[in-house]
Design a protein around this ligand. Structure first.
Ligand SMILES: Nc1ncnc2c1ncn2[C@@H]1O[C@H](COP(=O)(O)OP(=O)(O)OP(=O)(O)O)[C@@H](O)[C@H]1O
Length: 404
């Protein structure tokens, strides 16, 4: 940060004001509203418990320099942010979240119960990384800046409104909004069953992964996908040709929604068969997601785009231990995408039937191990992002396609 102090003479005041205005025009992208009005949530429990300190020392001073107005809530219990989001004043320019991904999930679910969900979901979220995984921040800001609270605060001040897909997860008639991921098997276990190791930060996930691959518990599920894309080469080609267009305001699920419908209606039932395909392999984990990153160690959905109207799904087959260990070095760059034993799909919806017992997490939140279905809602939510797109461009070289 650069701070310039100068003494002005009365005769040069207008010139100085013009200079400041020119400078601000360079600093802010065209059309960006300055001096934003923020609702701010700080979760003292997130990550290693340093969010209050980071808010006071790093984030607040930057937002104050940006002459923003803040209305701050320090969360005192689980679902506190959802309770506030349910009644949120629609005048805020954005919601700044000093926490991990859990509060982002809560706020979207609070919006779903708002009396005007369409307007609530149009308010963009600007997460600041003080959680454990911080997948949202990493996806928005990229690997270099994604864990830097100062860069996230700048994004709140100057970021661009970017529509983003959300999902409905339906389990026993309960509808939950998901903004990031649905995980089952190893990847859910390493998140949920390492809660007691919060002091380790995101290293707890590495520990959980190693523990999980040694145990190699199979994930007993049956997966059905709605009209899935599954050719990795074709999907990669489409990704490369559309990457630069991501985030552009296109159609959203709200566009044709009559006012009588508060939320986008669900298109698929439990019994639909038209265009549904079963996928059956011995599974170590199932991971459906909307954003590219889970944590700095895992770019799980490298082809993830903010509003392409599809869910990215990775299914890892059970494989020998050594092969899983070697995945760890390529996972931060999404290299596992090209592995034969990691199946990758893009689909508008999927259904899971469970058997035995296991661990299921929705956006990292522990959820009962039961059958459920998921469908995507194009552009339902919004985030702020520095360039109006995700901060990652997947660029692991394409291997030579197999000859037939
Ligand atoms: N004051 C509080 N005390 C206890 N739990 C809280 C409090 N405020 C919020 N929570 C809960 O804290 C949980 C964890 O928050 P969050 O997910 O943001 O952090 P994290 O798990 O460290 O990060 P990440 O999700 O990025 O891995 C959420 O489920 C949220 O409901």
């Amino acid at each position: 940060m650069v701070c310039i102090n100068a003494t002005l003479q009365e005769s040069t005041k207008d010139e100085a004001a013009e200079w400041v205005e020119d400078l601000l025009n360079v600093a802010y992208l065209k059309g960006i509203k300055r001096n934003r009005r923020f609702k701010v949530f700080v979760n003292p429990f997130s990550g290693k418990g340093k969010s209050v300190k980071l808010f006071n020392r790093v984030v607040k001073p930057i937002l104050d320099y940006g002459k923003c107005t803040l209305d701050v809530t320090f969360t005192t219990h689980r679902k506190h942010a959802a309770e506030v989001a349910k009644e949120i004043n629609l005048d805020y320019d954005a919601i700044v979240i000093i926490s991990g991904d859990g509060l982002v999930h809560e706020i979207f679910n609070g919006f779903a119960e708002h009396e005007n969900p369409r307007a609530a979901f149009a308010i963009p979220l600007a997460p600041v990384p003080t959680g454990s995984g911080n997948g949202c921040c990493l996806s928005l800001l990229g690997l270099k800046d994604g864990l830097d609270p100062a860069m996230a605060a700048l994004n709140a001040i100057k970021g661009t409104h970017m529509r983003s897909d959300l999902c409905s997860v339906v389990q026993n008639d309960l509808r939950t909004i998901s903004c990031m991921s649905v995980s089952m098997g190893l990847m859910a276990d390493l998140d949920i069953n390492t809660e007691n190791l919060r002091w380790m930060g995101d290293t707890r996930f590495v520990y959980g992964f190693l523990r999980g691959i040694i145990r190699q518990r199979p994930c007993s599920i049956k997966v059905s996908l709605k009209a899935p894309q599954r050719d990795k080469y074709k999907m990669h080609e489409t990704y490369q040709s559309t990457w630069h267009k991501q985030g552009e305001d296109g159609e959203t699920c709200w566009d044709d929604l009559p006012p009588s419908e508060k939320l986008p209606p669900l298109k698929y039932s439990e019994t639909d068969t038209d265009g549904w395909e079963d996928f059956d392999v011995p599974t170590l984990y199932f991971y459906g997601g909307l954003m590219p990153y889970v944590s700095q160690d895992l770019l799980q959905w490298p082809l993830g785009l903010p509003n392409d109207g599809s869910i990215d799904i990775a299914i890892q087959e059970t494989v020998p231990l050594a092969s899983l260990v070697s995945q760890m070095s390529i996972a931060p760059y999404g290299g596992q995408y090209w592995l034969k034993t990691q199946h990758y799909f893009k689909a508008a919806a999927y259904r899971i039937k469970t058997s035995d017992t296991g661990v299921l997490a929705i956006d990292g939140e522990d959820t009962p191990w039961n059958d459920f279905r998921v469908e995507v809602h194009k552009g339902m939510g919004a985030f702020l992002s520095p360039s109006g797109r995700y901060g990652v461009h997947f660029n692991i070289p394409v291997p030579t396609p197999p000859t037939k």
